[in-house]
Design a protein around this ligand. Structure first.
Ligand code: GDP
Ligand code: MG
Length: 605
């Protein structure tokens, strides 16, 4: 297949607008997967995979398609089409931009009834900025409430898309689907590369397979890649031999060669995904090449400490984290020590969802028992002597007692919110409570408003989306992109148990919110720390000033007292339950703190 007969495209959409279903239909239409046989909902399966493990993503599928133009030509040329899937959630927008780096075009799918939503806008701009040809697809036209003309108006108004360009489809009934692949071939340019140059390719993704080792997904930009070739990494200079090369059709299918413009996989004896840096350029060994532009690297938005729930498990946790980062290289990991929790790790994540998934996988797949500390965003603090530090762990601020902080900065995001117009009032209230600054307020049609806000990142990682959904009866859609740092009045708040500061509970808050947050934190803690044989005082303090205080009185009865002499199985159960609870305790000083207490602290902003 010469480049002229190759098309690389992706499908972008707001979540639930029918991306996976449409992809399925296209794979069926080209015979890549069997209709209703074998694996139903091929890409949905991948989506589940993605939800469980966000980097285990065989997201590219190659299809072969015979394109017949008007004449019924039996020798109609066959095309090789690469469908490059993109994840939907905002945490992973960097992954969208990386998928798009290998594409020349995109299908922008919009639900005919829901219209343009927040992620439609975010994804459109990602594709637009990458200079992709965009084919608008208005899907779900079978729905009774479908209003494709309204969607066309929105596309015109927001993106200046000519209404005549829109394809109308139903991925459910199959209506209109026959127009999709011809449009891909006719409207999306073929990949331009130098066929005769030494091979040069972009590393799109990598993952570790127990049997095959590191599998890299690549887009061949120039030249051809053959089994047996010697290739090298532009970033590390290390050389490898190509052991296997092929396409995803949709499973790994060896072809022995990938030509200019094609997307496929390479296995080259890399030991760990750390060698396979996403965004790296791989090229013919011993040739000097210009590295490809790559793309926006993963940016860590949220940091949290991960500690073994039981001090003795440090090695096990360490092992589990190492294993898991082999499959999810987007997590950053550094060792840290807490006086309250012992040895652990400071991890950087792309967002809260990413953090949750990582945490869950550690527990489910590796049996690790983890305590995670209050998530924090990377703040910047400037000292009197002019030095600046990035603070990923609030406790670290204490380690510079001699230095006076003169200024602080916090990261912000630009949030896009789309809502039915009756909810504009409450949403504006929410955003100003969260220290937002309004940047835009427009209507995208007669019923729907678009709001753009600059918000501190810290304010949206804590329960923002849930609250937004709550006050808009679930109608709001939301997306964000990271933006610059802004100066802010921040203070470090300590939590003290019986007068002892617990470093793992320290947090950085906005000065104006400190009072309220302090109150909420101590109240939450009071609820979750179990009463013990002695009195416990819980305090929140800024510097030496206590701003909130609660007292947990001593326990009078023990657990078994209630059923003394009672039924033996009940007694056993109760003991079991107590043991269960114990496992997730962390002893800080003389106080046992359950995992839930740490977890609950996440919910206070
Ligand atoms: P994605 O999140 O964009 O990948 O969306 P999915 O493909 O998972 O689809 C979301 C839901 O919409 C699923 O329940 C689909 O069955 C349904 N759906 C997809 N396409 C259509 C369509 O054309 N018509 C109707 N009525 N439902 C559809
Ligand atoms: Mg889906």
């Amino acid at each position: 297949y010469p480049p002229e007969r190759v098309r690389n495209f992706s499908i972008i959409a707001h979540v639930d607008h029918g991306k996976s279903t449409l992809a399925d239909r296209l794979l069926e239409l080209t015979g890549t997967i069997q209709k209703g046989h074998g694996q139903p909902q091929y890409l949905d399966k991948l989506q589940v995979e993605r939800e469980r493990g966000i980097t285990v993503k065989a997201q590219t599928a190659t299809m072969f398609y015979r394109h017949t133009t008007a004449s019924l030509d039996s020798d109609a040329p066959r095309y090789l089409l690469n469908l490059i899937d993109t994840p939907g959630h905002v945490d992973f927008s960097y992954e969208v931009s990386r998928s798009l780096a290998a594409c020349q075009g995109a299908l922008l799918v919009v639900d005919a009834a829901q219209g343009v939503q927040a992620q439609t806008i975010a994804n459109f701009y990602l594709a637009f900025e990458s200079n992709l040809s965009i084919i608008p697809v208005i899907n779900k036209i079978d729905q009774p409430t479908a209003d494709p003309d309204n969607v066309k108006d929105q596309l015109k108004r927001l993106f200046d898309i000519d209404p005549s360009e829109a394809l109308l489809t139903s991925a459910k009934t199959g209506k209109g689907l026959e127009q999709v692949l011809p449009a891909v071939i006719e409207r999306i340019p073929f990949p331009r590369g130098k066929c005769d140059s030494p091979v040069r390719m972009l590393l799109l993704d990598s993952y570790y397979d127990e049997y095959k080792g590191v599998i890299c997904h690549v887009a061949v930009v120039d030249g051809a890649l053959r089994k047996g070739d010697k290739i090298a990494s532009a970033s590390t200079g290390r050389a490898y031999e190509v052991l296997d090369v092929g396409i995803m059709h949709p499973e790994l299918t060896p072809t022995g060669v990938l030509y200019t413009g094609q997307v496929g996989y390479v296995i080259s004896g890399m030991r760990s995904t750390k060698e396979a840096r996403i965004g790296d350029t791989l090229h013919q060994a011993k040739s000097t090449v210009e590295p490809l532009p790559g793309f926006k690297p993963a940016k860590h938005m949220v940091f949290s400490g991960l500690y073994p729930a039981d001090g003795s498990d440090f090695e096990a946790l360490s092992h589990a984290i190492e294993k898991l980062t082999c499959n999810d290289a987007s997590v950053s990991v550094t060792k840290e020590t807490s006086n309250a929790l012992g040895m652990g790790f400071r991890c950087g994540f792309l967002g809260l969802l990413h953090m949750d998934v990582f945490h869950q996988r550690l527990e489910q797949e590796y049996g690790a028992q983890v305590i995670s500390t209050i998530p924090t965003v990377p703040y910047i603090f400037e000292y009197g002597d002019g030095s600046k530090i990035q603070v990923e762990n609030p406790a670290a601020l204490a380690s510079n007692p001699g230095k006076r902080v003169v200024a602080c900065w916090e990261p912000t995001v630009i949030a896009t919110i789309i809502i039915p117009s009756e909810y504009v009032g409450p949403v504006i209230m929410l955003c100003s409570e969260r220290r937002g600054e309004q940047l835009e307020y427009t209507f995208i049609d007669a019923q729907r408003a678009l709001l753009k806000y600059r918000l501190p990142l810290k304010e949206i990682i804590v329960d923002f989306y849930n609250e937004l959904k709550g006050i808009t009866s679930g109608y709001a859609t939301f997306d964000y992109e990271d933006s610059e740092y802004q100066q802010s009045d921040l203070v470090k708040m300590d939590i003290l148990l019986n007068g002892q500061p617990v470093d793992a509970m320290a947090t950085i808050v906005h000065n104006q919110k400190a009072q309220r947050v302090g109150r909420e934190l101590v109240e939450k803690l009071k609820k979750f720390i179990e009463r013990q044989m002695f009195e416990i005082t819980i305090q929140a303090a800024i510097g030496s000033k206590v701003i909130a205080r609660e007292t947990l009185s001593a326990m009078r009865k023990n657990v078994l007292a209630k059923c003394y002499g009672g039924d033996i199985t009940r007694k056993k159960k109760l003991l079991e339950k107590q043991k269960e609870g114990k496992k997730r305790m962390k002893r800080v000083g003389s106080v046992d703190i359950p995992q839930e207490a740490f977890h609950e602290l996440l919910k206070v902003s």
